[in-house]
Design a protein around this ligand. Structure first.
Ligand code: ATP
Ligand code: MG
Length: 316
């Protein structure tokens, strides 16, 4: 494994500090590069009533993440609600930094748009307002799994079994489409009011036949959910998402991730070398979760096998 010497990735120094304190949500970069794509708490944020790209009227804030904010807006041309993802840059960011942000937004839009499946957020467009891009998506109701966990604590096993079945079906479609999400975690899954489970945030997703859109010396992901091979910098591949799904399901049942420690380096070490924490709460999903958390990607449970096993549990 390469030495991890920097924490940066898509985040400014300010958000790094916050993120290091919370290993479950961090984005990690390794190697000499320090990349700063923006500062969500920073400048030039949008406000309610603002018109974006001459067409989208901002109404209210839906959520925020490491690269920007997501707003509910009205498409005044098509007269329908949309979710607008705003990528923030500091005013001081160079033209180069802004080019990187635009490339990342395009990558996010293209990878998600390639998959036509109800379990993947529908990306309708990517537009520019000034020098920065905005992603136009379907607005999702409900809350993320991370928000549900924070508000209600661990979820009941029947609910998690249903979520597992839907996410596995979604990941099968994503992988069939030649995409690897690379950031499956509770904060990137929305549980909609109608029961739909939707994978969002294709911000660091990878497409077959495309160069990975970041330098090889930068690793991105969330420490408590990243796979061992992602940490090694291997070429992205479907098993990696299955490991992250295993960590996600474990977290939903247990309340905290299987490898989470108090600091990010200990978490990363645990991902690579420790067995997952023992949790009686994983119950009948325990075997599937253990199969997904196998360190060796070649021996890990496949999406097909896991899906069949979960459906079988569902029927019981
Ligand atoms: N289509 C959508 N409809 C409603 N809310 C959304 C939608 N997309 C994202 N959100 C909300 O906005 C939040 C941030 O979105 P997203 O995860 O895409 O941002 P990010 O900056 O890439 O996050 P990260 O911190 O993982 O890098 C989500 O956690 C969710 O609460
Ligand atoms: Mg996110």
């Amino acid at each position: 494994m390469r030495a991890l010497v920097e924490l940066s990735g898509r985040h400014s120094r300010v958000s790094q500090t916050r993120r290091v304190a919370s290993p479950t949500e961090s984005t990690v970069a390794a190697g000499p590069a320090i990349r700063s794509y923006g500062r969500p708490s920073g400048l030039a944020s949008a406000s309610s009533g603002q018109l974006v790209a001459g067409r989208f009227r901002i109404q209210s804030l839906l959520g925020r993440g490491g690269v920007g904010r997501v707003w509910l807006a009205e498409d005044e041309l098509l007269r329908r609600p949309v979710a607008l993802k705003q990528y923030l840059a500091r005013k001081a960011d160079s033209e180069d930094a802004k080019r990187v942000i635009r490339a990342r937004a395009l990558n996010e839009a293209r990878t998600a748009a390639r998959i036509d499946h109800g379990g993947v957020v529908r990306v309708w467009d990517v537009v520019r307002d000034g020098s920065l891009p905005w992603l136009v998506m379907e607005p999702l109701s409900g809350r993320t799994l991370a928000e549900i966990l924070a508000g209600e604590g661990p979820l009941a096993i029947d609910r998690v079994t249903e979520i597992a079945a839907q996410l596995l079906d979604t990941l099968r479609a994503v992988h069939k489409g030649g995409v690897v999400h690379r950031d499956v975690k509770p904060a990137n899954v929305q549980l909609c009011d109608d029961g739909r489970v939707v994978l969002t945030d294709f911000g660091i997703a990878w497409m077959r036949d495309e160069e990975l859109n970041c330098p090889r010396d930068v690793l991105e992901g969330s420490p408590a959910f990243i796979s061992p091979e992602q940490l090694r910098g291997d070429e992205p591949a479907p098993p990696s998402d299955l490991f992250s799904l295993g960590a996600t399901l474990f977290t939903l049942l247990e309340g905290s991730p299987p490898f989470a420690k108090t600091d990010v380096w200990a978490t990363l070490t645990a991902v690579v070398q420790d067995a997952p924490r023992v949790s009686p709460r994983t119950g009948r999903l325990g075997t599937v979760i253990a199969g997904l958390l196998v360190k060796d990607a070649a021996r890990r449970l496949s999406a097909d096998a896991a899906h069949t096993a979960v459906l079988e549990l569902h029927r019981r």
